[in-house]
Ligand binder design. Sequence first.
Ligand code: PXL
Length: 280
Amino acid sequence: MKRVLTIQDISCLGKCSVTVALPIISAMGVETVILPTAVLSTHTMFKDFTVKDLTDQLIPITDHWKKENVKFDAIYTGYLGSAEEIEIAKKIFEEFGGEDTLIFIDPVMADNGKLYPAFDLEYAKLNAGLCGKADIIVPNVTEACFMTDTEYREEYDEAYVLELLDKLSKLGAKKVVLTGIGLSEGKTGVYGLDTVTGEKIIYQNDRVDASYHGTGDIFASVAVGAITRGLSLEDAFKLAADYTADTIKATLDNPAEPWYGVDFEATIPELVNNLSKYTD
Ligand code: PXL
């Protein structure tokens, strides 16, 4: 069985980071090892959340794995809490990375033109450095702008997307994939570039007009699970984009406040079924 390590926080309530990555990647038939960067009562979009930072645990935990000679088919980072954790993630890539280990980075730090409450511009710059170590990065437009000193635009054209991809390529990742890109009215999806071959990776589906927390983590988790199971990037991102859209639609049947996340539990059987069309 393939094995993924995911490095991100545990937000106990609010369905994001580890509480979506673990069930989703496991359901896709991939062992999911977690390295929690912090434990929060909820993610940071709730008021008055608590945080217990776990930075001092990361090295002891991974040193133990090293002694056990553990190997990973992929390392997937999401929300990291601090500059120090970004440095530790780099060390983990060096210790556990290599030819057979995919480094997949979702530089979670911002959305809708704004940084999340815990972060500043310096953190964005450090994340840009981390992204340079990746095989695949999946920033949204806001994150891409913060990492490349580009003005954020709510409305944009293909030339703006290509400019962002060009600047992201210079960070050093092998494949740079922008998420949440709508190239025409009512559409959304991914627009990416293989910086080695120059090939584009484009997928567009219908935009569901609702915004819920944690959907970026769901998208990234499905993409990581699918790539690890051997799907091509095109198929992996299609599966991830369609699943995210279908899950948002399913959540509209039972709406809660958007910061409570989406009802991915209801759509996991559909994900497993769709994945099996590629893997059986
Ligand atoms: O879903 C991204 C995310 C993950 N973890 C924490 C967050 C956020 C976004 O706000 O606050 C703690």
